[in-house]
Design a protein around this ligand. Structure first.
Ligand SMILES: NC(=O)c1ccc[n+]([C@@H]2O[C@H](COP(=O)([O-])OP(=O)(O)OC[C@H]3O[C@@H](n4cnc5c(N)ncnc54)[C@H](OP(=O)(O)O)[C@@H]3O)[C@@H](O)[C@H]2O)c1
Length: 310
């Protein structure tokens, strides 16, 4: 099969599309013929070697966690999927998922059936980002209907799903991005939009119940300052919460790491089936353009998600 192989830590010059052996499966796994695979900022952090979990990898590496495809082989212990099922999932995160490939060996517990409403490209774009948004808002953020939510970086891969899920859960949603993304963020259902390049968040928002921070260090203190007393700050992009709590000791501030879950994907599928959650794919590119795609991701200026195909 073909795969995108990374020969060393560092830049995108270390990527090459190569012929490699097809993976073999364990009893709890299925073999998926990948129709499309997704990318995330965690991919470039792992590629360069700065992600804490990079240490678990040895070269040559096949990166990638997000993929969608068709089951072609089922492990002896798997009862949940059969050959021919269309599936999607985030495979083995943060260990090597090896999704930049034509075939992936995936634990059945990490997968769900692909919603019929999603193309393979849309489904491959979703898992890491949508699991992150779901777990941030519900498991950690304990979002309740009627609450006011601020989603920082509402136009990004995670943020655009966070806006829609928060709306679907009954929240009043404020989204931030630069002006070029206003129409997009409002189309997701945001009640208010703030262009962070023009307007101070602290001067325009207050009394927020929950901030879902996907932007990180540049905005973390503004995120804390707009919260109500006892408000919740859930960040996926900033780790030093002691500094935040020194300024706002009266809030709950937490940095989270997404965990893989086929069960969460099945819950999320209900929102997709009901038309309450759409996956925005800005580009579908061939796998041999992985270097360009990583550079785009590193710019932090992409809207929605990018996916690749062989
Ligand atoms: N901890 C976890 O489990 C976890 C999971 C997923 C992602 N993450 C991390 O979370 C971050 C976001 O991930 P992602 O996939 O959503 O990233 P992304 O798609 O690359 O985000 C890009 C978007 O961020 C917006 N943006 C950049 N700076 C901003 C700012 N200061 N204020 C408001 N918007 C801003 C950009 O909008 P403009 O172009 O309009 O500025 C752009 O649309 C990354 O650092 C990623 O590694 C962590």
């Amino acid at each position: 099969m073909k795969a995108v192989v990374l020969s060393n830590w560092g830049g995108v010059e270390n990527f090459a599309v190569q012929e490699v052996p097809k993976p073999t499966i364990q009893p709890d796994e299925v073999l998926v013929h990948v129709k499309a695979f997704g990318v995330n900022p965690a991919d470039f952090k792992t590629r360069s070697g700065v992600a804490p979990y990079s240490k678990a990898y040895t070269h040559p590496i096949i990166l990638g966690w997000d993929m969608a495809g068709e089951v072609v082989e089922v492990g002896s212990g798997v009862t949940t999927f059969t050959v021919g099922d269309a599936v999607y999932g985030m495979v083995n995160f943060p260990k090597p998922g090896q999704a930049y490939a034509q075939y992936v060996a995936a634990p059945a517990a990490h997968l769900a059936l692909k919603p019929a409403k999603l193309s393979f490209e849309e489904a491959s774009a979703a898992p890491l980002a949508v699991l992150t948004a779901w777990q941030a808002l519900t498991e950690h953020g304990q979002l309740k209907s009627g609450e006011k939510v601020l989603v920082q970086a509402a136009s990004g891969g995670v943020g655009h799903l966070g806006v829609q899920l928060a709306k679907a859960l009954g929240a009043y949603v404020i989204g931030t991005a630069s002006g070029k993304n206003e129409e997009f963020v409002r189309s997701l259902g945001a009640d208010e939009f703030i262009d962070y390049t023009k307007t101070s968040i602290e001067e325009s928002v207050s009394e927020v119940d929950l901030v879902f921070d996907t932007a990180g260090a540049d905005t973390i203190f503004a995120s804390a300052n707009v919260l109500k007393p006892a408000g919740r700050l859930i960040s996926i992009a900033y780790g030093d919460m002691d500094k935040v709590l020194a300024v706002r000791p009266d809030i709950h501030a937490e940095r989270i790491l997404v965990h893989t879950s086929g069960d969460d994907l099945r819950t999320i599928n209900e929102f997709i089936d009901e038309g309450k959650l759409k996956i925005s794919v800005s580009e579908v590119l061939p796998a041999n353009q992985i270097a360009d795609v990583h550079q785009k991701l590193e710019s932090r200026r992409t809207t929605g998600k990018i996916v690749l195909t062989f």
